[in-house]
Design a protein around this ligand. Structure first.
Ligand SMILES: [Zn+2]
Length: 405
């Protein structure tokens, strides 16, 4: 891929495309066309996702209305109660949540939601954005089904400035009114095959959806371009192993595309020797990381390869919060590539990260290194990575996938 092509793709896809939206589908069709431009045929595979349309989301604090966005799929109800800011999840603090509307720091994870329900909270408030920024951005959040497990209490997301004001003023009573239509929609994976000489395959993944305020350039049209770059290279170069490229939808909603893929292709998983995932490459700033959810030997292998190629890379063994994880959970060794930028140079999941944080030359250099790695694996007499998860990775997967706290 050329610098001009990279700039064009970033420009063409500079729009919000949350999982299950029509914009996401437009981007899926766009990627299919990008494959066609390379002379490669891709198809779309749909999967069901929870959707909602909010009609009313109001937060009142001591009678004053606070700007907010309602949580999607958190039901339709009106609740009123005492305000409580839960700044620590110790037992004492949780014991104070009963019948209250509770504001928490950070994301509404599955464990904190479970804690809130058990503590008897009747509603919740989260906040995001940055109190020091001029904007008043609020992300559109959702109560994910694997978080609620069918037990819904209403919640809203507010800006950090409002959150500070609630605590500073010592607000006592708050009321949340949430009304929405909840329904099932469709999201899509874009799948493209390049058969090899043997039936075993390497599966490549990169998500193309974005969060509600972002254009998803860095996270993760950059990774999609990595996949396109790999496909472009190997269509004219030999590869013993077959290659399957999966541009995943709804990753930002909890890896829904890759989870749907492994569920729909259960019968073919035994043929997959490796998953190569790309999530955020090519930023101006930051270091190149290689996260191996596999036996530790692969970490050493990547270190040697980086030295051999004269490429600065930091490989390590861990679970990566991206589409590699559902594959790893099926026992498939998975490796995620990313250029990890410091948060004050390219933050993600907000309105500030656009193609302005990207350097097309870095997209090309990062992709070239992933191609070099792929070339070794795809032309191996036998893919050298053991097709088995070591116990330390199984434990991390159990925690990441909420089977263990
Ligand atoms: Zn991502």
């Amino acid at each position: 891929m050329t610098i001009e092509q990279i700039k064009k793709i970033f420009t063409d896809t500079a729009y919000v495309r949350t999982g299950g939206s029509k914009e996401e589908l437009a981007c899926a069709e766009y990627l299919k066309k990008c494959c066609a431009d390379l002379g490669l045929e891709a198809h779309l595979e749909s999967f069901s996702v929870d959707m909602a349309k909010i009609h009313t989301a109001v937060l009142e604090a001591d009678g004053e209305q606070i700007p907010c966005k309602g949580y999607l799929n958190a039901g339709s109800r009106e609740v009123e109660g005492e305000f409580f800011y839960l700044n620590s999840t110790d037992k004492y603090s949780l014991s104070l949540c009963k019948d209250k509307i509770v504001m928490i720091d950070g994301y509404l994870g599955a464990w904190i939601y479970k804690d809130l329900l058990e503590a008897g909270a009747v509603g919740f408030i989260t906040y995001d954005g940055n109190a020091n920024y001029a904007d008043f951005d609020m992300d559109q959040r959702e109560l994910r089904s694997y978080v609620s497990q069918g037990k819904k209490i209403p919640g809203v997301n507010i800006n950090a400035k409002s959150a500070i004001a609630l605590v500073e003023k010592g607000v006592s009573r708050v009321k949340i009114t949430l009304r929405q239509d909840e329904y099932v929609g469709q999201s899509h994976n874009v799948v493209m095959d390049m058969p090899g000489e043997i039936p075993e395959t390497i599966v490549f993944t990169a998500h193309y959806d974005s969060t509600s305020l972002s254009q998803g350039a860095y996270d993760n049209m950059s990774g999609c371009m990595g996949l396109l770059g790999i496909a472009e290279y190997f269509k004219d170069h030999p590869h013993r192993y077959g290659m399957r490229f999966v541009f995943c939808g709804s990753e930002e909603r909890g890896l829904l595309g890759s989870k749907a893929y492994v569920a729909a292709h259960e019968g073919e998983l035994s043929k997959i020797v490796l998953n190569i995932n790309i999530d955020m490459i090519g930023s101006i700033m930051g270091k190149f990381i290689v996260c191996c959810t596999s036996e530790a030997e692969l970490v050493h292998y990547v270190s040697y390869l980086a030295l051999e190629k004269g490429f600065a890379a930091s490989p390590y063994q861990d679970v990566y919060s991206s589409d590699s994880t559902p594959f790893a959970d099926k026992g498939i060794p998975a490796v995620s590539f990313a250029r990890s930028a410091p948060g004050n140079t390219a933050t993600i999941h907000n309105s500030y990260y656009t193609m302005a944080v990207m350097k097309p030359e870095h997209v090309i250099a990062d992709t070239d290194f992933i191609i070099a790695f792929t070339d070794r694996m795809a032309n191996a007499v036998k893919c050298p990575v053991k097709r088995e998860m070591p116990d330390n990775m199984k434990d991390k997967l159990d925690r990441y996938l909420l089977r263990k706290r």
